[in-house]
Design a protein around this ligand. Structure first.
Ligand code: ADP
Length: 632
């Protein structure tokens, strides 16, 4: 996971979590408050209906009073003078836009009955409808009550339900009759609806629907009607002192909520009313608010995430630049700089990185300069070796030639012969050193060529060991050779390999004290690349080599210890040497595409830990075509 993802992921999860939670809480609160509003509106509508109906009844009462106290009306009623009655009552009814008025005499006879017909004309009904005999009027007619009374009753003419208010007409302390004022519920209810802003239903005392402002098919959605009252609900309403609400109905897929209460004037219960509000209002609102809030929170969350992304980018971009720069520096491009200039921690880190790179660049340049100087010096040394070796070769040959001649000429003079042999030995040693110098200069100039042929390593090693037969004997050293005879033939230059083992065996002799052991062991090995190679190990019981010199001794002229402590003879213990043997050995082995290295626990001239020189050679020299130029 990249650092950017590590930064942005928790932020993203947190933001989404907060957004979802926030949206949920807000939507719930909004929906809750909408429900609360709906309930309040319902209760308010109920209160308005109740108040408005009382007002309506008071109007009835006022109109009834005016009629009852119209001069001459009670006498006309007692006298049964219908003409006078109409003359007195009609103007009142017209002026007050009454829908229906009855004037009933003390015997329950309807002396005047005016009813507003469909054309809104106040028509006189001339036959008895039975209103005068209605039981609810009896207390007024018999004088057992002088209080006004009201009822929801069915109009005997048009069959519609009316709100009737009745008041007794008294003349000289006697009941002259009753005035009844009626208004159709179909007139009252729309008015109540427009003031309460809810649909209104009126029920009679037994819970039967009398009228409602609801659309007809809604009212009759089921045979019993959706909003009809069952006995339990009726009881609940009648017994409750407050409006009863909380009942929801679904009609034709639309939800409604209803609240019901008793309709009463003073203590008189006339019926029951219901106020109805559609639930769509809340559902739609909460749906639309849910959508709106969801969109709002999605937008806010997207904005916050975008902002977070920008912030993380601003943080991570310098880190990425720093990473790129450090990768480039690791690849060796020291010209790279981050160029980040800010005062924060990343800026300081980048600045430190730039300074480090600049310092590294300066050091590298210095080292390169020093390296070039050393290379130049090495080249000068190599050319000096080459020139010196070439220049020494001719006079040495002369010295050796003349010494050999002297030996021949003065063979009868043993004293001089002995001296001449000394000259000859010294010249040969010098020739050997010059030969080594030439080998090293060929290796340095890359002109050491090998002439590969089928080579028996046992023969080459045997030849090299044979050279030191006398020295081994003289120094009382034991030499053993193992496993070499069984090695396969390899493609190699036997003369060059001879030099390798010559130097290795000579070193083993030189650095092993008298009486020590030298062992040469050969075997086949498998390399990491799966190739089979021969490995020769030359080990001794000598002074050993400290690990810090293990690589350096293969450099030309590199010698451990103090040179002046070396003894002079080349096979004497710690005998002197020019420090070229291992450099030559390495040059030859590498020309064969092989490897040479040393293993030794360290230098110790008391315990003599010994050294092991490993030589690995491929069975066949692969790679460049070997040069056939013979090496002298
Ligand atoms: P030299 O002419 O001094 O022998 P070499 O190149 O052959 O030069 O060896 C380099 C140095 O490696 C020697 O001076 C010696 O210190 C160390 N060395 C080489 N072979 C051995 C060995 N078998 N045991 C201990 N030291 C050795």
């Amino acid at each position: 996971m990249g650092i950017r993802l590590k930064v942005i992921l928790p932020y993203l999860i947190l933001t989404l979590g907060v957004a979802v939670f926030g949206a949920y809480v807000t939507i719930t609160l909004v929906a809750g408050s909408q429900e609360e509003r709906l309930r309040n509106q319902l209760l308010e509508a109920g209160r308005i209906v109740s108040d408005e109906f009382s007002l309506q009844d008071r109007q009835h009462l006022e109109r009834a009073l005016i009629v009852a106290y119209t001069i001459g009306l009670s006498q006309a009623l007692q006298a049964g003078d219908r003409l006078v009655l109409e003359e007195l009552a009609r103007p009142q009814a017209e002026a007050n836009r009454l829908e229906e008025i009855f004037l009933i005499d003390g015997q329950g006879q309807e002396q005047l009955h005016l009813l507003r017909n469909a054309q809104r004309v106040l028509e006189r009904i001339d036959y008895q409808t039975g209103m005068g005999k209605s039981p609810w009027l009896t207390p007024l007619l018999v004088g057992s009550s002088d209080l006004p009374t009201r009822i929801f009753g069915q109009n005997p003419i048009n069959g519609r339900y009316y709100h009737y208010t009745a008041l007794s007409i008294v003349s000289n302390g006697k009941i002259a009759g009753v005035v009844v004022i009626g208004t159709s519920l179909d007139t009252i209810l729309p008015r109540l609806k427009s003031t309460s802003l809810a649909d209104v239903i009126f029920y009679d005392g037994s819970g039967r629907i009398l009228a409602s402002t609801l659309p007809g098919q809604l009212e009759n959605a089921t045979p019993e009607s959706v909003f009809s009252l069952d006995q339990v609900a009726l009881e609940q309403i009648l017994q409750s002192s407050e409006i009863v609400y909380g009942e929801n109905k679904v009609v034709f897929g639309r939800g409604y909520t209803i609240a019901r209460d008793v309709l009463q004037i003073g203590r008189e219960r006339i019926g029951i009313f219901g106020v109805v509000l559609p639930l769509d209002f809340v559902i739609e609102f909460s749906q639309s608010s849910r959508l709106n809030y969801s969109i709002l929170f999605i937008l806010i969350a997207a904005g916050v995430i975008l902002l977070g992304d920008r912030i993380s980018q601003a943080l991570i971009h310098p880190l990425q630049t720093l990473l790129q720069a450090s990768l480039a520096v690791a690849r060796g491009d020291l010209n790279q700089r981050t160029q980040i200039r800010s005062n924060d921690e990343i800026g300081k880190l980048a600045q430190t990185f730039d300074e480090m790179t600049a310092r590294l660049q300066a050091r590298t340049a210095e080292l390169q300069k020093t390296y070039a100087i050393l290379e130049q010096m090495d080249r000068a040394k190599a050319s000096f070796i080459e020139v010196a070796a070439h220049e020494l070769r001719t006079p040495l040959t002369l010295v050796k030639g003349y010494a050999q001649m002297l030996v021949l000429k003065l063979k009868d003079e043993p004293e001089i012969t002995a001296l001449t042999h000394g000259i000859l030995e010294g010249a040969e040693r010098m020739q050997e050193i010059v030969g080594s110098m030439l080998d090293v200069s060929r290796i340095d100039s890359n002109i050491l060529k090998i002439m590969p042929e089928d080579t028996h390593l046992s023969v080459v090693i045997g030849r090299a060991c044979n050279t030191f037969k006398d020295a081994l004997q003289e120094r009382n050293l034991t030499l053993s050779i193992q496993g070499v005879d069984g090695l396969p033939l390899i493609q190699a230059d036997p003369d060059q390999l001879y030099k390798v083992f010559y130097h290795l065996v000579m070193n083993a002799i030189k650095y092993t004290p008298d009486g020590g052991r030298i062992n040469i062991y050969g075997h086949l090995v498998e390399t990491d690349d799966g190739l089979t190679q021969v490995e020769i190990v030359v080990s001794d019981t000598g002074i050993g080599i400290d690990p810090e010199h293990h690589q350096l001794i293969f450099e030309k002229f590199y010698q451990t210890g103090e040179v002046y402590t070396h003894s002079s003879g080349k096979t004497k213990f710690k005998g002197g040497g020019p420090g070229l043997g291992l450099a030559i050995a390495r040059g030859i082995i590498e020309a064969h595409r092989g490897k040479i290295w040393v293993e030794s626990p360290g230098h110790d001239e008391i315990n003599y830990p010994g050294s092991k020189f490993f030589v690995r050679l491929p069975l066949k020299v692969e790679g460049d075509e070997p040069n056939t130029t013979p090496v002298e």
